[in-house]
Design a protein around this ligand. Sequence first.
Ligand SMILES: [Fe+2]
Length: 276
Amino acid sequence: MIIERSMNDDFLSNTYVVADEPGGHAVMIDAGGPVEPLLDFLRRGQFALTHVLLTHRHHDHVSQVDQVLDRYPGTPVLIHELERSSVPAATGSMSPGERIVTGALEIEPIHTPGHTAGMLSLLVNGTDVFTGDTLFKGSVGGVHAPGSTGFEDIKSSIMDKLLKLPPGTHIHPGHTDPTTVAAELEHNRFVRIWRGLDPEGNEPCTALGEPATLVLFGEDYDGGHKAWVRWPDGSDDIVPGSRVQRGGLLGRRGSSRHRGFPGDRRRGRTRVRGLR
Ligand SMILES: [Fe+2]
């Protein structure tokens, strides 16, 4: 299997080309771009692009589908049915468990809701899984972007589906660096707490302007932070670290809304944070 990646400078989102062999069949996974280097890669390698497969509907993963279709008119663009109306360029849908076979590639969509309702992870040939915004190296997807379905969903998607794949499975996240199932089981701080290896934190904090308990202030894929918080009603949430003020109720209600934690180096990147 041949995998080529392009990462967007602004969003740090990945677009992938996956091919079976030189001169063979290829699919594109997400299209947040820049797609130009990947289109060149396809041309130089004389690959036949047979599908564009979208993990979910967010702008930073679909914004350059039209550029792909300009070069490869008529290519099927598939996404989960729940997300399809949000992506005008989509031409059809993929269903969890219904394999897509092209050349020597066999692609199994796995439903991993949480970040969005129709999020799909794509398992290719049983060895490589493309996880969209569900699981990152050392971090997890947020559950406050448009269409999110909440903490319990993303926890189940990660623990009961993705990390049940064989330990050697290669993980290709929707943002920044690759990892493996074994590495995330061992090193991902969210996963370590879910596995019972590390204790939960209990520091008072203000999150999204409301009082909460900070269970974990974890590193995120972009050098910033991602926070697991618990609300007074006992429900859990995952929010951008930039929206958390540590040390309890230090400010007036709402006054912390756009104030970042000092360690959150990229708190000004609101476009990125809004989509995670
Ligand atoms: Fe997203």
